[in-house]
Design a protein around this ligand. Structure first.
Ligand code: MG
Ligand code: ZN
Length: 212
């Protein structure tokens, strides 16, 4: 049963990927547990990217349009997908959202997944890269506890570095743990609050869009 669901998802994900390639759109899948700051990270980075290319967002949450409202305030196209009892976005939800959006060619699409470090790792949405966000208010052993997510991710962003002096969290230990699970992982450390590290991360995203 689960194999069947994943197989169907993968087929549809490839259709999404074909759509993105045909339109020269870079799609990024942002993943994390709830509260690590995915939406805040988008609020901070998108305004820095808008001068270079158009950006659109798909917001995934079980309920509410709160995050889409925050992104809408940036003046970029956004669609909220509510999954109800579902705990992840799948390729069909993204496919339907794409039909409602008018994405521009040569643009960036940020997909904010449902806050959950487990099953979103298994569902390919057709994205170019997966970006997993972890924050210093979580445990630095999270990459070892949820290895599938860190194994699937291309980029790991450690957020809330401004809190490091006040929390029992070692950035270097977290990085080591993440690298043990996936030594190809690109590592960034940011504080959405102070802006530290944001320029490096937006530079990397800009490069991805220009290199496509
Ligand atoms: Mg959010
Ligand atoms: Zn799920």
């Amino acid at each position: 049963m689960e194999q069947d669901v994943l197989l169907k998802n993968n087929l549809l994900a490839e259709r999404n990927r074909g759509y993105f390639e045909a339109r020269n759109i870079v799609a990024l899948n942002f993943l994390s547990s709830p509260g690590s700051g995915k939406t805040s990270l988008l609020e901070k980075t998108i305004p820095l990217l808008l001068g270079d290319f158009p950006v659109a967002v798909i917001e995934g949450d079980q309920q509410t349009t709160n995050d889409a409202d925050r992104i809408h305030a940036l003046g970029v196209p956004v669609i909220q997908v509510n999954t109800g009892s579902g705990c992840h976005l799948d390729a069909l939800m993204v496919n339907r959202a794409l039909k409602e959006m008018e994405l521009k060619d040569n643009s960036l699409l940020c997909i904010e997944n449902v806050g959950n470090l487990v099953c979103p790792a298994m569902f390919d949405l057709g994205e170019a890269k997966k970006i997993v966000v972890i924050s210093t208010t979580e445990g630095d052993d999270k990459p070892l506890k949820y290895p599938a997510m860190f194994h699937e991710a291309d980029i790991c962003v450690l957020n809330k570095t401004d809190l490091l002096p006040y929390v029992d969290f070692s950035a270097s230990r977290c990085r080591e743990n993440a690298m043990r699970v996936n030594h190809h992982l690109e590592w960034f450390e940011v504080s959405v609050k102070t802006g530290e590290g944001i320029e490096a991360l937006t530079g990397r995203i800009r490069q991805m869009v220009k290199d496509r």
